[in-house]
Design a protein. Structure first.
Length: 396
C-alpha cells in the first residue's frame, strides 16, 4: 500500500483535479480539503459534504477536513494546517500537489531561499515603502538571488508548494514530495483548453449558468453540481448575506478588528473607517485595499470577522482529524491511521463531542458549527442552523 495525500479546495472539482489524482502513483489517496470556506476569503460554491461526495466518486478514497481558520488563512497558514494533518495521520507516504513548475529541486531551493535570514530581513525592510508582502519578498529575492527564483515564486501554486515544503521541514515529517505539473497551466490563471479550465473560470460559468461548464468537469461531478443547483443549495455566495456581513462589522470597534489574523500596523483603523461608510462589500474592499494590503487579504479578514474567528485560534494546532467521507480503500487507510495517528480521528460528530472536554477541541468545534450556520445563509435557498452537529459522513 502506498498512500498519497492531496491538499485541495475542489471549488469546484474539475478535470485538472481528476488529472492530478490519476497521476499520484499511489494505491490510496487522501484528500485534505477545505470545508465550506476557501483561501480567497469566500464561501465554497458547494458545501463540504457535497465536495467530499464528488471527490470520492473521482479517485479520492478518504476525505478529511481542513479546519476553517486554516482554510481561510494566508498561504503559510493554509499550508501549515494542511501538512500538519497529513503528518498527523502518520501513514501518508507522498504529498502530491499541482504547481506551475514540477522540478522538485528548484521548488526546494526556492523554499530555502524564501525562508533565508537575508530574504526575511530585506523583505521586512522593503515593507517600509508601503508595498505588499508578496512584492516586498519578490524584490528582496531579485536583489539577493536574481530573477529566476523570484519568477518561480510569482505563480500562486508554486508559492503554496514552497510553503508545503517549509511546513513539512518544520514538522520534521518523513512524507515525500511529488509535484505534478498543472494541466491547465499557462501564462494566465484564466487559460482554458478543450477540457481543462481553472476553478476561477468555472465559478464564473456557474454563476452565469453557463452550461459549457460541463466540458471541464467529470460527468459525475457535473451531475452532482447540477443537482445542488436545482435544489437551491448552490452556488453559495457571500453577496447573499451582504447586509448581514456589513451589520456585523458595523458593530465592531478598532480593537475588535485588531484581534483578527493579519490585522496590524493600524489596519484596524482603516477597516473601521471604511466599514462606517461602505454600503456594499465591493465598496468595503475598495476602501481598505491598497498597494500594501491586497483584496484577497482583505476578503479573508472580513470573512474571519463575520465568522468570529480571531487570531488566538492560531496559537493552537488542529486538535483532531475530522473525516468527511471514505470508500472501501478509505476504510483501509483509516484502519492503519487509527493505530498510528498522532491525533484522535473523528468519523462522526459524537467522536468530536467526546473530545470537547478539551477546551481547544471545543473551540474548534464551536467555530465549525458557527461557520456552517453562517454558510447556510449564503446559499440561494437559505438553510437552517445545526448542520455541523448532524452532518452525515459520506460513505461509498
Amino acid at each position: 500500500m502506498k498512500i498519497s495525500a492531496i491538499i485541495c479546495e475542489y471549488n469546484p472539482f474539475h478535470n485538472g483535479h481528476r488529472y492530478l489524482i490519476k497521476h499520484t502513483h499511489a494505491t490510496h489517496t487522501v484528500a485534505i480539503m477545505s470545508g465550506n470556506f476557501t483561501q480567497r476569503g469566500l464561501p465554497s460554491v458547494i458545501s463540504k459534504t457535497v465536495k467530499a461526495e464528488i471527490a470520492l466518486q473521482n479517485g479520492c478514497d478518504l476525505v478529511i477536513e481542513l479546519p476553517t481558520p486554516y482554510a481561510i488563512a494566508s498561504a503559510e497558514g493554509f499550508a501549515f494546517g494542511s501538512t500538519f494533518l497529513a503528518d498527523a495521520l502518520n501513514c501518508v507516504d507522498i504529498l502530491n500537489f499541482g504547481c506551475e513548475n514540477d522540478n522538485l529541486a528548484r521548488l526546494q531551493k526556492a523554499a530555502h531561499i524564501s525562508n533565508s535570514p537575508e530574504v526575511l530581513a530585506l523583505t521586512k525592510e522593503n515593507l517600509k515603502s508601503g508595498i505588499s508582502f508578496a512584492k516586498a519578498r519578490h524584490n528582496a529575492i531579485v536583489s539577493l538571488f536574481g530573477m529566476g527564483v523570484a519568477t518561480l515564486l510569482a505563480s500562486p501554486n508554486n508559492i503554496l508548494a514552497t510553503e508545503y515544503i517549509k511546513s513539512l521541514n518544520t514538522l520534521g515529517s518523513s512524507i515525500n514530495l511529488m509535484p505534478i505539473l498543472r494541466k491547465e497551466c499557462g501564462p494566465s490563471s484564466r487559460v482554458t483548453t478543450k477540457s481543462f479550465a481553472p476553478s476561477t473560470v468555472l465559478r464564473e460559468m456557474l454563476f452565469e449558468t453557463d452550461e459549457s461548464i460541463k466540458n471541464f468537469m467529470p460527468q459525475s461531478a457535473y451531475k452532482i453540481l447540477k443537482r445542488e443547483v436545482e435544489h437551491g443549495r448552490a452556488p453559495a455566495s457571500l453577496l447573499n448575506c451582504e447586509r448581514a456581513v456589513l451589520a456585523k462589522l458595523r458593530c465592531m470597534q478598532p480593537d475588535d478588528f485588531l484581534q483578527i489574523q493579519d490585522v496590524c500596523e493600524g489596519l484596524e483603523n482603516k477597516i473601521y473607517e471604511s466599514v462606517k461608510s461602505a454600503t456594499s462589500l465591493a465598496e468595503l474592499y475598495s476602501g481598505i485595499k491598497s498597494k500594501r494590503y491586497t483584496q484577497l487579504r482583505i476578503q479573508r479578514i472580513v470573512l474571519s470577522a463575520f465568522c468570529g474567528i480571531d487570531k488566538e485560534i492560531f496559537e493552537f494546532k488542529p486538535p483532531y482529524i475530522k473525516v468527511l467521507g471514505f470508500n472501501e480503500r478509505g476504510k483501509e487507510i483509516l484502519k492503519i491511521a487509527k493505530k498510528r495517528a498522532k491525533l484522535p480521528i473523528a468519523t462522526k460528530v459524537s467522536d468530536i463531542k467526546k473530545l470537547c472536554d478539551n477546551p481547544v477541541a471545543a473551540k474548534f468545534f464551536k467555530i465549525e458549527s458557527q461557520a456552517f450556520d453562517l454558510y447556510n445563509l449564503m446559499l440561494p435557498r437559505v438553510a437552517a442552523c445545526g448542520f455541523e452537529a448532524k452532518n452525515r459522513i459520506i460513505k461509498l
